[in-house]
Ligand binder design. Structure first.
Ligand code: SF4
Length: 86
């Protein structure tokens, strides 16, 4: 039970990590909503919730103010590239 609660807590933190990652990349989630890409955003949030790279993600975010690209371990790296390219 303790392990399950711990996993649920970790998954709950993922939207925050995704928001922080988008911030480092200079991407605006609200702009995606306004472009009607809510489904894309929801799918990205789902990928983020299932991502197994939480610790590397936190380390990257702690060490990075701005980045051109998401790190290779990010489950949403390709998605973020498509957003950047418009
Ligand atoms: S590395 Fe994983 S947890 Fe971090 S933003 Fe990318 S998908 Fe989400």
């Amino acid at each position: 039970m303790k392990a399950l609660i711990s996993r649920l807590e970790a998954a709950a933190a993922r939207p925050e990590l995704m928001g922080e990652m988008m911030d480092r990349l200079g991407l605006d989630p609200q702009a995606l909503v306004e472009e009607g890409r809510v489904l894309d955003l929801a799918l990205a949030a789902r990928r983020c919730a299932g991502c197994t790279a939480e610790e590397p993600c936190k380390s990257f975010l702690a060490a990075t103010e701005r980045a051109e690209h998401a790190p290779g371990f990010c489950a949403n790296a390709l998605f973020f590239e498509t957003v950047r390219e418009g």
